[in-house]
Design a protein around this ligand. Structure first.
Ligand code: HEC
Length: 141
């Protein structure tokens, strides 16, 4: 009788322990899922529950935005001999090469100079670099 009671108690204890162990692991699992969930979630156009972030980054950035982010460091200071925004004299010879050559320099850089491909903005699209070149030329004639 005593032996069977002992066994019963042991089983009851195991049952209680494993139940709470399960509860903890469910909680842990929820925490882990929260930690490893994707950083970005797909947000469809027109979905107002997540549209704010996407709206800000949807579509190409303007030439001025790209300039301010990726080009200004050199092209506002003349670092490394960069033609300065608004300096018509510094730009005149370059403009004479034709805008396609300047787009090409913007996208691929100019070998052997400080003008690196896309000004180092590797997430800028070609279109955005074109816009930045247009912005710089428009302000420098
Ligand atoms: C790390 C400095 C640096 C950054 C950043 C930079 N440039 Fe330049 N850029 C230069 C230098 C230096 C030159 C002049 C190169 C030379 O002819 O010696 C130049 C020249 C140019 C030219 C004239 C090229 C030619 O063919 O004459 C264009 C166009 C240009 N940059 C566009 C851009 C655009 C657009 C960005 C931003 C997306 C940008 N640059 C960012 C340094 C920079």
């Amino acid at each position: 009788m005593i032996k069977s009671l002992k066994i019963w108690l042991t089983l009851a204890a195991v049952a209680v322990t494993s139940t709470s162990a399960l509860a903890v692991s469910d909680k842990k699992r929820a925490e882990i899922e929260e930690r490893i969930k994707p950083v970005g979630e797909v947000c469809l156009q027109g979905d107002s529950t997540c549209g704010v972030v996407m709206a800000a980054s949807s579509g190409p950035r303007s030439g001025e935005d790209v300039y301010n982010t990726a080009c200004l460091a050199c092209h506002s200071t003349g670092a490394g001999g960069a033609p300065i925004l608004g300096d018509a004299a510094a730009w005149a010879d370059r403009i004479a090469k034709g805008v396609d050559a300047l787009y090409d320099s913007g996208i691929n850089g100019l070998a052997g100079t400080g003008m690196i491909a896309k000004g180092g903005c590797m997430n800028c699209s070609d279109e955005e670099v074109h816009a930045a070149v247009d912005f710089m030329l428009g302000a420098s004639q």
